[in-house]
Design a protein around this ligand. Structure first.
Ligand code: GLY
Length: 282
């Protein structure tokens, strides 16, 4: 048994049929390629490779195509959690690299597992990450127009044949934020896993953090709730505050649950429902 769910952020694509179709097609392709990796390798390898593909696709707000912070700089963040070994690692506001998730993965082998800002970038240079400019003309235009568009993040949760669950999330932030602002993605609020479940969140990072959403859902499953109950309860509590975020999740039996608060348009998710790849795009 192995299973995989991915997301390419969240927001509202009402009236934007072409953009929705592009996101759907990209998610289907990346889901298939990542599933093939998961068939032969570990959940960790699949999550890292799949997120690299999402980071490289400029349609998504992570890696190349990340949004700009208020000072016009791109700062990217990523978190990775190995559920079986209870190991979280991440980079916060790293600059000018191609794959923030690879930096998070490398940090999982270090004593200090989360690095931020210039020191995170220096760590990457020391480990031969080449200079890479993640700016795209679309994001520069959006920044100038103060366009909100797609809420941040891409993410994957995978269960491999050896029952390891791994969750990963990568983001360019929410756009136009105070320089140095910290997203939920490189924290256990946005990315969390155990041997029983894994979660990757998307949406307004501050609200995800205030709910400790990913960690809370996983701990609820640890304590005996089904994944569906844990997601529903966490979403219900978040609706009370009118928060706007969503998530993908997966349990040790390969059950998948996609959740979102009432205030959020939709989560751009993809997984295989047993018959075909199902996505947000109908
Ligand atoms: N969830 C992504 C962010 O708020 O930065």
């Amino acid at each position: 048994m192995f299973q995989l769910v991915i997301h390419g952020g969240a927001g509202s694509l009402e009236g934007k049929t072409a953009e929705a179709k592009n996101i759907h097609q990209s998610l289907c392709k990346i889901w298939e390629e990542t599933f093939e990796i998961l068939n032969n390798k570990t959940a960790e390898e699949a999550v890292i490779s799949g997120i690299c593909m999402l980071e490289d696709d400029p349609i998504f707000n992570a890696g190349t195509g990340s949004k700009l912070q208020a000072d016009g700089e791109v700062r990217m963040s990523a978190g990775l959690m190995d559920g079986v070994n209870n190991r979280f690692s991440g980079v916060i506001n790293v600059q000018n690299i191609r794959f923030p998730i690879k930096a998070a993965a490398l940090l999982s082998k270090e004593k200090n597992k989360v690095l931020s800002a210039n020191q995170a970038t220096e760590f990457c240079r020391k480990h031969s990450f080449n200079e890479h400019d993640p700016l795209t003309p679309t994001r520069i235009r959006e920044y100038k127009q103060k366009y909100e568009g797609l809420h941040g993040t891409v993410g994957i949760v995978a269960l491999d044949k050896k029952a390891n669950i791994v969750a990963g999330t990568s983001t360019g932030g929410i756009g136009n934020e105070t320089p140095g602002r910290v997203s939920d993605s490189p924290t256990v609020a946005g990315t969390y896993a155990s041997s029983k479940a894994g979660v990757s969140c998307t949406g307004i990072g501050e609200q995800i953090t205030q709910q400790a959403a990913a960690a809370k859902i996983v701990i609820r499953v640890e304590d005996g709730m089904t994944l569906s109950e844990a997601v529903s309860k966490t979403i219900m509590e978040s609706n009370y505050f009118n928060y706007s975020f969503g998530l993908i999740s997966l349990d040790a039996n390969g059950r998948i649950k996609v959740g979102k608060t009432a205030a959020l348009g939709e989560v751009y998710y993809a997984y295989h429902n047993g018959e075909r790849i199902e996505t947000f795009y109908k």
